[in-house]
Design a protein around this ligand. Sequence first.
Ligand code: 5AD
Ligand code: SF4
Length: 451
Amino acid sequence: MRARGKKVHIKTYGCQMNVYDSDRMADALAPHGYVQTEDMSDADLIVLNTCHIREKAAEKVYSELGRLKELRARRRAAGSDLMIGVAGCVAQAEGEEIIARAPVVDLVVGPQSYHRLPELIERARTARVVDTEFPQEDKFDHLPPPSTIATATRGLTAFLTVQEGCDKFCTFCVVPYTRGGEVSRPVAKLVAEAERLVGAGVREITLLGQNVNAYHGDGENGETANLAGLLRRLSRINGLERLRYTTSHPRDMDADLIAAHGDLDILMPFLHLPVQTGSDRMLRAMNRRHTSADYLALIDRIRAARPDIALSGDFIVGFPGETDEDFAKTMALIEAVGYAAAFSFKYSPRPGTPAADLPDQVDDRLKAERLAALQDLLAGQQQVFNQAQVGRTLPVLFKREGRKSGQLGGRSPYLQAVHAPGDLSLVGTVQPVEIVAASKNSLLGKIVTSD
Ligand code: 5AD
Ligand code: SF4
């Protein structure tokens, strides 16, 4: 308890799992006297929770460290000090390199060692520390649960990591190396954590995993539970209104999970199901182990189970060897599916992954052209989808006061921002909202009252 009264600022990059991990790091530090601050210049400890998925994401860390060097110099000149840590996937992948390249860093900690953070900070007071082990013990058994107050201040929606790591080895991806092989948490522990979240006011939980639909955790009665089983169990928690899960691989969408989309009202009809490319040649080179026809057939089955489901995806343009013809197949697949939302990226060669060494790397200008065309198509589809909500009545989870007075802000089942006039007492509830207008980024509606 030597550090009582200290402040920590955690800056999060990348995916939702990092958002979850940042909260858990804060929870691990809280019993040691650290309170969180939004203000970097006020912190005694700054932790960058980093992302290694693409080169741009990784480079951001080094530019931020450059700025932190100046901040620390100013702090030292004023007679105080500042400890700087790097966590997350850049820490895991480039631990020693960070120490060599950025003398400002005191501490490097990989995602599997966050439960050791308080101890590592103490050690870093005397010598620079790198901990990027994959330890035998389960970090989740050692990370303290969030306090009720911490959960309440984080709001009505929460992430819950149910599975970590990936065994798929897509040839472009660093995740199997930075996060390791697939590990699923036991159902009983997840139920307990979800109940705690709901008890603290959370109404919507998003289950997280790098390959979440490969979930296979120990069940409550000695069986192995799949994701459908976990969702069914969590759906019985009183007070929980909504469940989501992300990110999935098409090959792990089993019949049970598809059926759960039909049976479980609590499971939102919005599915992130990345395909990356519509070209079978590229799918093979990426080691995705399915064809574009398999993907389209899968979407048909999911839509049959849950006709109002909307889809989102991830796309990569300019994978090594991608021709105009391959790219046209991706555009055709997007036309065939009709996405409500999507993320798309230029292929970024990642050190240590098989695709980084392939011949026929695509020229950056061509990648940029393809990305622009693809994003145009996807933005058009998103607009069509948003517009199609006008006239529909959607259940909206109200999360906060809106920007305009007398207005509330919330989310539709499809994660669209929705604004509607309403009383503050409705924050934290799900209300039927008739959508009256749609813009690029949000919907406007009015609450349907039953009298
Ligand atoms: N280059 C570009 N995009 C990538 N992604 C993963 N690795 C790379 C890479 N090397 C994208 C994929 C994945 C998402 C999380 O990030 O589309 O689904
Ligand atoms: Fe990476 Fe996802 Fe492929 Fe796993 S399934 S290797 S996390 S892109």
